[in-house]
Write a protein that binds this ligand. Structure first.
Ligand code: DGT
Ligand code: CA
Ligand code: CA
Ligand code: ZN
Length: 584
């Protein structure tokens, strides 16, 4: 266990003892001990090995013994028993701003409150204000802090985090004291849902950078502000952490704080097996934990760290311990698809169903952006709440699209608006007859009203894939991130059916969906199933989702060749005809 982990356990022990009403001298010994360890420049392992812990300020026998146990065994029974003796609700209550151990103890002793829920109820009933030393004002503050904690303790969609993180990163980048900076953590790895935002900066003037960071316009409140790190709440309640390091440490800190934890553990092991030590401060020629710059293996950037550990550079998206080490050793990591490789989107809506814009406006904008094609796949008749089209309206839309394409050609552009449908997968087949589907250039089949039975949903999706006129399955799990779980379905079986029939699977780039989940693309790809990165656009600005979706689907190891809509228009036409031709 390293010194920061030991320090954090010591300070937790201090808090737990205070909760129990222990004598303040004992409590303070742990809190001070934690602070001494945080500022330690020597290796803690060495101090323990040489039995020199007694040299540290305020380290009596009891504290020395506990630190030694933690460092050598990674565990401390005293701490575990102490923690187990306290109701977990009390520990959770400590997480409310302005509620420290003394207050928690009094709320528990005098009102029997042992959870956040009970505290909230008591505040609402007014009983907390009646306690000596609390009052109306502090009762209202506690209620506010509970609401606040709920909001920021939750998880957030990637897009919501990016929107608040990008301006802060831009600001940091332009600050004269910032040498290098980046996001780290799950945001840099393009996770579809994230906990908190992490920023990393290298600088020789950390105090200036920290001060600048906490005074950004997006900062709603400051949770902690130290000499080299700070935590704030941004925008709609998303926590953001900043760490400032020296420039020589920067690549190592970036690798460490990018994670994932699982990836870091393997990296650390690889270092150890080469007689080295890897931590957030560097890669060291050492058998034990250290941050001695004299022992540091010089790496100017992340690729050099990977090289030192016998690996090809692993892009952040792949750092999930999902096979990147085996592939990295063999220099067999994929060259991932880029959003700029995309030539259009094959699942989109217009104002003919539940989209916002007209066919002409959509075509004009996508052409102007330099895309080569865009499919209009409005809903079919069963999606009546989304103003789905019946056969007669479908017929009229075909004429309207032909007119738009003619006008585009008149302007001298090669851009193509494809006809199509997002046809509903019903209990007993598709919502349109084959005779109509055959006349549409792009057919997306989606399950919008699933059954409660896994076997039944799986059967319906497989039946849709088996229709030679269906090009791809839309949002195959039906999940809405942080809102609605996927319906029950055996996705590997669906993937197998798509592989067998030459059906593509959509990666729905809507930040509410990101469906099919990136974790399944590795399997789909191994079966030869091809991906279509679709915006499922309902407004012009949703075209931006091409960038977001590509970021997330890269986590599924996809290359340009794995994604159909990287093909230019003429090649795409050939691809669209392939499955149909095979069936004839
Ligand atoms: P999140 O915020 O829950 O979406 O996920 P991350 O991955 O951003 O996690 P976070 O913010 O707790 O920490 C950022 C990175 O720091 C994490 O990806 C890996 C590294 N890290 C944090 N704690 C540990 C740890 O205890 N062990 C190791 N090996 N790495 C850690
Ligand atoms: Ca994070
Ligand atoms: Ca964090
Ligand atoms: Zn849909």
């Amino acid at each position: 266990m390293d010194k920061d982990q030991v320090a954090s356990i010591l300070s937790e022990i201090g808090v737990l003892l205070e909760l129990k009403g222990e004598n303040p001298f004992k409590t303070r010994a742990y809190t001070n001990g934690a602070r001494v360890l945080e500022g330690l420049t020597e290796s803690l392992e060495t101090l323990v090995a040489e039995k020199r812990l007694g040299e540290l300020k305020g380290f009596g026998d009891a504290l020395q013994e506990k630190v030694a146990t933690l460092v050598t065994t990674g565990r401390l029974p005293y701490y575990e028993q102490l923690k187990a003796s306290i109701p977990p609700g009390l520990i959770e209550m400590l997480g409310i701003q302005g509620v420290g151990p003394k207050k928690v103890k009094r709320l528990h002793d005098e009102l029997g409150i042992d959870s956040i829920e009970k505290l909230e109820a008591a505040c609402k009933a007014g009983t907390v204000a009646a306690l000596d030393g609390f009052g109306e004002k502090s009762q209202a503050k506690i209620l506010e802090a509970i609401a606040f904690k709920r909001q920021f303790a939750s998880r957030h969609r990637l897009v919501d985090a990016l929107v608040v993180a990008e301006p802060v990163l831009e600001a940091l980048r332009s600050h004269p004291d910032v040498i290098r900076c980046s996001t780290a953590g799950s945001l840099r790895r393009w996770k579809e849902v994230i906990g908190d935002i992490d920023f990393l900066v290298s600088s020789q003037s950390p105090a200036e950078v920290i001060g600048f960071f906490v005074s950004q316009p997006g900062v709603r409140s400051i949770l902690a502000q130290g000499e080299t790190k700070a935590s704030v709440i941004l925008g709609e309640g998303i926590q953001a952490d900043l760490r400032v390091v020296g420039d020589a440490e920067y690549p190592f800190a970036l690798a460490y704080f990018t994670g994932s934890k699982e990836h870091n553990i393997v990296m650390r092991q690889r270092a150890i097996s080469r007689g080295l030590r890897l931590n957030e401060y560097g890669l060291f020629r050492s058998q034990e934990e250290t941050r001695d710059p004299a022992l540091r293996v010089v790496c100017h950037d992340e690729p050099e760290i990977f090289r030192e550990l016998g690996l090809a550079y692993v892009p952040p998206e792949l750092r999930e311990d999902h096979g990147e080490f085996k592939a990295g050793e063999a220099d067999a990591l994929p060259r991932l698809v880029e959003w700029t490789d995309l030539k259009g989107s094959l699942h989109n809506h217009s104002d003919w169903s539940d989209g916002r814009n007209t066919l002409a406006d959509i075509a004009a904008r996508m052409d102007e952006l330099g895309l080569e094609y865009w499919a209009i796949t409005d809903h079919s008749r069963a999606s009546y709440q989304a103003n789905g089209l019946d056969e007669a309206r479908m017929e009229r839309q075909l004429t309207a699209i032909a007119e738009v394409n003619a006008a585009i050609a008149d302007r001298g552009s090669d851009f193509c608006l494809f006809t199509g449908t997002e046809v509903d997968i019903l209990k007993d087949g598709l919502d349109f007859d084959d005779a109509l589907l055959e006349r549409l250039e792009v057919v997306v089949a989606s399950l919008h009203v699933p059954s409660g039975e896994e076997a039944e949903n799986t059967r319906r999706l497989i039946a849709a894939a088996e229709n030679p006129l269906v090009h791809m399955l839309g949002h195959p799990s039906g999940r809405l991130l942080l809102e609605r779980d996927a319906y029950k379905v055996n996705l590997p079986a669906v993937i197998d059916a798509c592989a067998a029939t030459g059906t593509w699977i959509e990666f729905n780039a809507s930040p509410y969906r990101f469906d099919l989940d990136w974790r399944l693309w590795h399997y789909a790809k191994s079966k030869g199933v091809r991906c279509v990165i679709n915006c499922d656009a309902h407004r012009l600005e949703h075209v931006q989702w091409l960038r977001l979706g590509t970021g997330v689907v890269r986590k599924g190891w996809l290359t340009k060749a794995d994604v159909i809509n990287t093909q230019p228009l003429d090649r795409l036409r050939v691809e669209l005809g392939r499955k149909r031709a095979r069936a004839r």
